[in-house]
Design a protein around this ligand. Structure first.
Ligand SMILES: NC(=O)c1ccc[n+]([C@@H]2O[C@H](COP(=O)([O-])OP(=O)(O)OC[C@H]3O[C@@H](n4cnc5c(N)ncnc54)[C@H](OP(=O)(O)O)[C@@H]3O)[C@@H](O)[C@H]2O)c1
Length: 294
């Protein structure tokens, strides 16, 4: 059974627990996802609910087109900025160093923040710049490094990077990525990528931890939910934490937003974790970043 070296001892896990990143920053063990959350009321209200429920980390992206509403919800929450962890991502259309510099500032402006805690390259090998991903990522990374030096970004990372994309980036990166945000659910554990991340002291953040909703029809999760007196979503998210991943559940439903962070009062047995690992392939897999048409 895979156990991440970043894992927090399940006995001491609580909603304020953090992972210690290799650059010394701390990252909350669970975050709130905002993909497909509509800009305006939906994004604003969901993020307000999430912050009320106790999420400290909010994950957005330029391409989600909701940074402005996310930023407004953060500001109106009245929670001191330093208590929160905000992630955003640079989209594929920014290919040059100059363009990336403008895009980073534009994200900060939409969010209404002086800095973000984490900025990621969203996708390693888009059809916009394929096959020149190495050059493009190197240029964008240089712009991110400058923003990092200027204090506009606290930590740098990547998303959807497989080992060969990271190998290429690490050849020239002066600041090493500390996070790789990839799809991780019981249906796809992406072992090779996770192993590579660990070797390079990169924490794996688990996006689509609920299989974008596809996991719930799995009988095993429903059986375990009954056994632990929890819901299938809570079992799946607890499974993610027990491995030492950093799940980012998304919901626009207030009761589910609360439910998804109410996962710190139970622990899964080793046998049940292994049984969930065996759901492999049953509820979708990650896209191959080298062949997608975006
Ligand atoms: N870096 C990337 O390329 C990338 C790609 C995908 C996702 N992400 C990040 O990861 C986050 C999560 O991934 P995701 O959006 O694919 O989906 P997810 O969190 O795996 O699943 C969300 C779906 O499950 C439903 N749901 C949530 N909690 C539930 C519960 N307790 N019971 C029943 N249904 C529940 C939601 O419905 P309702 O909303 O209607 O409640 C929604 O349909 C994203 O929002 C984004 O921040 C990153």
């Amino acid at each position: 059974m895979f156990i991440s070296k970043f894992r927090v001892d399940p006995k001491s896990l609580n909603k304020n627990s953090v992972y210690l990143l290799s650059d010394g920053h701390k990252m909350p063990v669970i975050g709130f996802g905002t993909w497909q959350v509509k800009d305006g009321e939906e994004a604003y209200n969901s993020v307000r609910e999430a912050l009320k429920a106790g999420y400290i980390h909010i994950d957005t992206a330029e391409v989600y087109r909701n940074e402005e509403s996310v930023g407004r919800a953060i500001k109106d929450s009245g929670i001191p900025r330093e208590k929160l962890f905000v992630t955003t991502k640079i989209w594929n259309k920014h290919v040059t160093y100059e363009d990336a510099k403008v895009a980073i500032d534009a994200s900060l402006k939409r969010l209404g923040l002086d800095y973000v805690d984490l900025f990621l390259i969203h996708w390693p090998n888009s059809n916009i710049f394929r096959p020149n991903y190495e050059k493009r990522n190197k240029e964008v990374w240089r712009a991110l490094e400058e923003a990092y030096q200027e204090g506009k970004i606290k930590a740098l990372g990547v998303s959807n990077f497989m080992p060969h994309h990271l190998e290429a980036l690490l050849k020239t990166a002066k600041v090493k990525p500390v996070i790789n945000q990839i799809l991780i659910s019981p249906s796809d554990m992406q072992e090779e990528a996770v192993k590579y991340n660990e070797l390079h002291n990169i924490l794996t953040t688990a996006y689509s931890p609920l299989g974008t909703g596809k996991l719930f029809s799995q009988e095993l999760l429903n059986d375990l939910a009954q056994k632990y007196n929890k819901t299938p979503a809570q079992v799946a998210l607890r499974w993610s934490l027990e491995h030492g991943y950093n799940p980012l559940p998304k919901s626009v439903t207030p009761s589910r937003i609360k439910e998804n962070i109410d996962i710190f009062d139970f622990s899964l047995s080793k046998e049940d974790i292994i049984a969930i690992d065996n759901l492999k392939g049953k509820a979708g897999r990650a896209s191959n970043p080298d062949v997608v048409d975006w």
